[in-house]
Design a binder for this molecule. Structure first.
Ligand SMILES: O=C(O)CNC(=O)[C@H](CS)NC(=O)CCC(=O)C(=O)O
Length: 284
């Protein structure tokens, strides 16, 4: 049972990004992938109109959700739709979440994960001030779902720095974890490789790390290095930058053997809170 990670160099033109994504998903499906992970903000990168885009999609008039449905069905492929801005289901006019949808091969949405940790960070480079929370609100729960390649835990990008989330996904039964990303060049060069391998090793899961890799509008550069890491921490595939569809296969027997021979879940002595903490109360 193989799965794919897709690397893109998304721009601010949604139609062009969807064409690029379609080509890469076709390659993945033709090579035999049953599930493919798109990168963070695959459909639009470098725009500041997340609220408008999210409301448009929620109203059913947006371009991305119907495209996802159609593509999954045409290619008979499960898709982890990187991220796209979407308001909460029960507040169609609310602030968008950075939302990672899991679409099945019939085109139905079977899970929705809203990015828990928002990237409000001053990176030490010339243009490096990021305030994701200006445009997005954070999510509030963990999400795992069953897929044909195994039980999947969903995460996004900056989440990679919060191992408690990954530990909780493992305890919720995850066998694979998706991490669609758009790491900055600077932080990626310093930390990406260690973060994705550490999350795979400590959870004994396959890490499906699908990244943006190249130059985007405004000269912003992402680190790329899309990869699949196996539960022993081996890098099965990797691409430094540019468009790519990379495949690997799950070895469930080996994964079970690693978990049995090194039963870290049973050895655990410190426990993080089971639920993410509630949204911060605004104080003056
Ligand atoms: O804003 C967009 O257009 C796309 N979204 C992103 O790039 C997101 C939020 S700004 N990036 C990250 O989370 C980078 C994390 C990172 O680089 C790190 O943890 O070091």
């Amino acid at each position: 049972m193989s799965f794919a990670v897709i690397q893109m160099v998304s721009q601010d033109d949604i139609a062009a990004n969807l064409l690029q994504a379609r080509r890469l998903l076709e390659q993945a499906a033709a090579a035999g992938a049953r599930l493919a992970v798109l990168p963070e903000n695959f459909s639009a990168l470098g725009r500041r109109d997340a609220a408008d885009l999210g409301r448009l999609e929620a109203s059913g008039e947006g371009p991305v959700l119907p495209w996802l449905k159609r593509t999954a069905r045409d290619l008979r492929l499960w898709i982890v739709a990187g991220t796209l801005p979407l308001p909460p289901d029960d507040q169609p006019r609310g602030k968008p979440r950075a939302c990672s949808l899991l679409i099945d091969e019939q085109g139905e949405t079977v899970a929705r994960y809203d990015k828990l940790h928002l990237f409000d960070v001053d990176v030490s480079d010339s243009r490096g001030r990021y305030r994701e929370s200006d445009d997005y609100a954070h999510g509030e729960q963990l999400v795992v779902a069953d897929t044909p390649v195994g039980r999947l835990g969903l995460t996004v990008c900056y989440d990679l720095r919060f191992p408690e989330l990954y530990g909780a996904l493992r305890e919720a039964g995850a066998e694979l974890i998706s991490a669609p990303s758009a790491f900055t060049r600077v932080t990626g060069a310093a930390h990406w490789d260690v973060l994705i391998r550490a999350r795979a090793i400590e959870t004994q899961c396959y890490l499906l790390a699908a990244a943006q890799g190249g130059v985007h509008p405004g000269g912003r550069e992402t680190y790329g290095h899309t990869a699949i890491i196996d539960p022993w921490g081996r890098k099965l595939v990797e691409r430094a930058d540019g468009e790519a569809a990379l495949l690997a296969e799950r070895d469930g027997v080996e994964q079970a053997s690693i978990r049995e021979r090194m039963p870290v879940v049973r050895h655990k002595r410190f426990f993080a809170a089971a639920e993410p903490r509630q949204p911060d109360v605004e104080t003056l």
